[in-house]
Design a protein around this ligand. Structure first.
Ligand code: ADP
Ligand code: MG
Ligand code: MG
Length: 883
């Protein structure tokens, strides 16, 4: 097998990029070389090598030596320099690159190939001793950190001391001799910490770095990122070895990062930052404040330092040409890293850029309108789950804001929460149920878990492309970065802005769209759903087959869902209406009644209340189907607990408290979720379902007569296991309908159906469908009953189950397609065989989960039903599933 693929200088062994094999970075370096862009020559060691390396306990096969040697020869041939040559040395970077970009996860080593001898050669050929020694000291510092894993604090301290000794503030002020001295200190540090001198053999350096890249695949922070992003551990990373180009060779050299469109808003404008006379990650690490790429961006920000467009107009024009070529080639917004060496542009990386949900929408819609991609591709480009960001509130423009500072609007959206200063505290407080804002000088990959736990992120340093900004945008967390006036004292858990002080636990609000930082919580408003959002949703609606309904029972939820495009209610839970303070006493009276007559007395009080509930819902949902589930939960959930509650029921019924308590004790169940609930209530106390059915039909008739626009009630019987149960309940419902229609003189269409939430019901779907006009898969209970896992108790072990790979994802979040899915398939097939027109839907939490929706599409269900805020997500996911 071949493991090494060369690129650059007219060569592109990868044939324009298999990213699974070459990793994202390698594939795109190969791709750029393939379309003739200026890429420093290099080679990629494939991901297959990483996998083999771990399989063989961390060793390289002999054959790799020769392959790497030929890769180095390729670079030497193009650059005319020789690796390890004392007169004219070749320097390389060693970079990792997995299939999916994992920002900041893997460490890069620059300037590899320098030692005490070659540094003199570099000084001579470049004619710049200062540059050569600066490169050498950077190399030792990086190599010691990444490969030797020594404490990098000690190196930074040595650098600070060197500057202080000379009274300097900037690294660039150090002379060649200063740097030579610094290299000496660094080498001494290495020998002290590592116990051996810094490796002088360039081949030892190279293999050490290659091993470190593979090693970093199993570093904790990489594992955390993979866990959070569902990236399999066996993908492995590739290693890219590439000729160095230098952005730190004086005023005509620079390094920068750029996006071909604005990753925050999606606007079609080049967007980026660069630093003159700097190398590598100086821009991303936020060490110096970078300059803007374009004149327009500089002016908008009111910044003084010249933009690249002004400082290097010719190179900028070349860069702009490359941007356009890249967008046309990759047909997506690109995130680019480049270096300018003495006026010549070099491309070091390109990839599809991370973007906010807002930008994703705009870019997808714009690119489709520009003809760069099709509408179908536009639909597929937007991650449905990310829409969540857009559907949630933003700051009320009219609210009073106590703004204490302003930074860069690094990731949009508003967030309020308690200030915390480290990632671990963020995670702990989140687990305790608090909203937190993570405040850091700047973030690094070690902070990922805290950023994930936080509602928002605030940093004192770093630009729009800093680690904090990039990661926050990817996660959909609001972020304000680079707040220069922010003085953080992390040790004492306090930050100051001017005279204002904020301590850990104090509430602040961030506006990631304006960069404002405010004290206290600020009011929010609902988002505007027109524009690009509306356009993409319209395109999605044109291609999707599945209908999307909502799970809602309050008028507010019903209205929200309708506004989000719900095409009906898939699940209206009637029990929620029973908890209302005004009715709970009557509900308790019903439960505690000893006989039917007692129950009917209480039900008579509840009837008008239920009718009023349904009337309101039917009016809001006019013209659409509404599925109402009859009473489902175990009765004991409604029982009185407090003395005062018993007293209230006693007063309402005239039954004494002791007797009521005895009755309540009788109702105790050992396993209520499998107990007296669902249609079992209706079978034992048919008058309950009779009252509910009557309320439904009276409300439906009233709304139909008033508005002329009728809803279609779909009365749903829960927890059915056998056809006979459904038959008994259907008789009660039909009788109520007949009675109401006779009394009112109005007849309307309605359906009677059942939830499928017990395995027996799924298996016996063929005969149940003789009576049921629809099935709604109640996948929360179906998961619980099929897996035999109590969803109220699962948290204790499900985490371990997912970690151990027993279930790929939490089966209550994403449908267990193999098991529960098979039950659904069986039920759908058997049910439809009996009744071809059987309506099929899903109303569990899974109805809003994109992966589960894909399964529903495949199984041919008629609709999914999701909570109101997930309706747009479901619409888009349904469209993607149909494509
Ligand atoms: P990351 O995946 O963290 O972005 P990279 O491998 O892209 O890591 O390396 C980080 C930075 O190092 C790049 O942005 C680039 O500026 C610099 N770099 C990498 N390779 C070279 C090279 N061959 N010449 C000059 N700079 C390089
Ligand atoms: Mg990095
Ligand atoms: Mg990079």
């Amino acid at each position: 097998t071949r493991y090494v693929y060369r690129f650059g200088g007219g060569v592109s062994d990868g044939g324009n990029g298999d990213r699974n094999l070459l990793g994202g970075k390698g594939a795109n370096l190969d791709g750029m070389a393939g379309i003739g862009l200026p890429v420093p020559p290099g080679f990629t060691i494939s991901t297959a090598m990483c996998t083999r390396y771990y399989d063989e306990g961390g060793a390289f096969p002999q054959s790799l030596l020769a392959e790497v040697a030929s890769g180095i020869a390729h670079i030497e041939g193009i650059t005319g320099k020789v690796f390890g040559d004392e007169a004219d040395p070749l320097l390389v970077s060693v970079r990792s690159g997995a299939r999916i970009s994992m920002p900041g996860m893997m460490d890069t080593v620059l300037n590899l190939g320098l030692n005490d001898k070659t540094v003199e050669g570099l000084a001579a050929t470049s004619g710049d001793a200062r540059f050569a020694w600066d490169s050498y000291r950077r190399f030792i510092q990086m190599y010691s950190d990444v490969v030797l894993e020594l404490d990098h604090g000690a190196f930074e301290e040595a650098l600070e001391i060197a500057k202080e000794d000379r009274g300097f503030t900037l690294d660039t002020e150090l002379s060649a001799d200063d740097l030579r001295g610094l290299v000496k200190s660094y080498k001494a540090l290495v020998e002290e910490e590592w116990g051996k001198p810094f490796p002088q053999d360039v081949h030892d350096q190279l293999w050490g770095a290659v091993g470190a890249v593979f090693g970093s695949w199993q570093a904790d922070r990489a594992k955390v990122y993979r866990r959070l992003n569902d990236i399999p551990g066996n993908w492995g990373t590739a290693v890219n070895v590439q000729a160095m180009v230098f952005g730190n060779m004086g005023e005509t050299s620079a390094t920068g990062v750029a996006f071909t469109r604005d990753p925050s808003t999606g606007e079609r404008a080049y967007y980026g930052e660069f630093l003159i006379n700097a190398q590598g990650e100086d821009v991303v690490a936020g060490i110096r404040t970078p300059q803007y790429l374009t004149l327009a961006a500089r002016e908008r920000a009111g910044a003084k330092a010249a933009s690249m467009e002004e400082a290097m107009p010719e190179t900028f024009a070349e860069l702009a040409r490359v941007f356009d070529l890249l967008e046309t080639h990759y047909r997506d917004m690109q995130d680019i890293e480049f270096t300018v060496q003495q006026g010549k542009l070099w491309m070091l990386q390109t990839r599809s850029g991370k973007r906010t949900a807002k930008a994703a929408l705009k870019i997808a819609v714009d690119m489709a309108n520009e003809g760069l991609i099709t509408r179908q591709e536009a639909i597929l480009r937007v991650d449905p789950a990310a829409l969540d960001q857009l559907l949630h509130p933003t700051l009320d423009p009219k609210a009073v804001r106590d703004v204490i500072a302003k930074g860069l609007p690094a990731s949009p959206g508003a967030a309020s929460g308690q200030v915390v200063f480290d990632a671990d505290t963020a995670e702990k407080r989140k687990a305790a149920g608090d909203d937190v804002i993570l405040v850091r000088v700047e973030t690094s990959p070690e902070d990922i878990h805290g950023m994930h736990a936080a509602k928002g992120i605030l940093t004192a340093r770093g630009g729009m492309t800093s680690h904090a900004a990039v990661v926050a945008r990817g996660m959909g967390r609001p972020c304000v970065s680079g707040v220069g006036t922010l003085a953080i004292d992390a040790k004492n858990k306090i930050f100051r802005v001017g005279t204002r002080e904020v301590r850990e636990g104090d509430i602040v609000t961030l506006d990631g769209s304006t960069g404002e930082v405010m004290i206290g919580a600020v009011d929010t408003v609902q988002p505007e759903l027109a524009g690009d959002f509306g356009v993409l949703m319209e395109w999605a609606d044109q291609v999707r087959r599945l209908k999307v309904r909502t799970n809602a029972e309050t008028p507010l939820d019903c209205r929200t869902a309708r506004q989000f495009g719900a095409e009906g209610i898939g699940l209206c839970r009637t029990e929620h209406m029973f908890f209302d303070a005004s009715r709970i006493t009557a509900v308790r009276q019903m439960i505690l009644a000893e006989d039917e007559a007692g129950r009917r007395l209480a039900l008579d009080k509840l009837l008008p209340e239920q009718r009023a509930d349904f009337t309101e819902i039917f009016a809001i949902m006019a013209g659409l189907p509404v599925t109402i589930r009859l009473l489902d939960p175990p009765l004991h959930e409604f029982l009185p607990h407090e003395e005062s509650e018993f007293a209230e029921v006693a007063a309402a019924t005239g039954i004494d408290v002791d007797k009521l308590k005895r009755r309540a004790a009788e109702l105790h169940e050992f396993n209520p979720m499998l107990g007296h609930r669902g249609c079992r209530l209706g079978v034992t106390y048919p008058e309950i379902y009779e009252m509910q059915a009557r309320a439904i039909f009276e409300a439906a008739v009233a709304v139909a007569n008033k508005t002329g626009e009728a809803v279609i009630p779909e009365v749903m019987v829960p927890l059915v296991a056998t056809k006979r149960e459904l038959d008994l309940m259907k008789a009660v419902i039909d009788a109520a309908a007949t009675a109401v229609f006779a009394e009112t003189g109005t007849t309307l269409e309605y359906l009677v159906g059942t939830m499928i939430e017990l395995p027996r019901a799924a298996l016996r779907a063929g005969d149940i469908a003789e009576s049921a006009e629809f099935f709604s898969f109640g996948t929360n209970d179906l998961t619980q009953t099929a897996l035999g896992v109590s969803r109220d108790d699962a948290a204790r072990f499900l985490g371990t189950y997912v970690e151990q790979g027993i279930y790929a994802k939490d089966p209550f979040v994403s449908l267990d397609v193999e098991g529960v899915g098979e039950l659904i398939e069986i039920a759908a097939e058997r049910g439809r065989k009996t009744r071809a027109a059987l309506k099929l839907g899903i109303c569990g939490e899974h109805g809003g989960d994109p992966a589960s929706i894909a399964f529903c599409e495949k199984t041919g269900l008629d609709y999914v039903s999701a909570s109101p805020y997930r309706v747009p997500i479901a619409r888009l996911a349904a469209a993607q599933a149909a494509l």
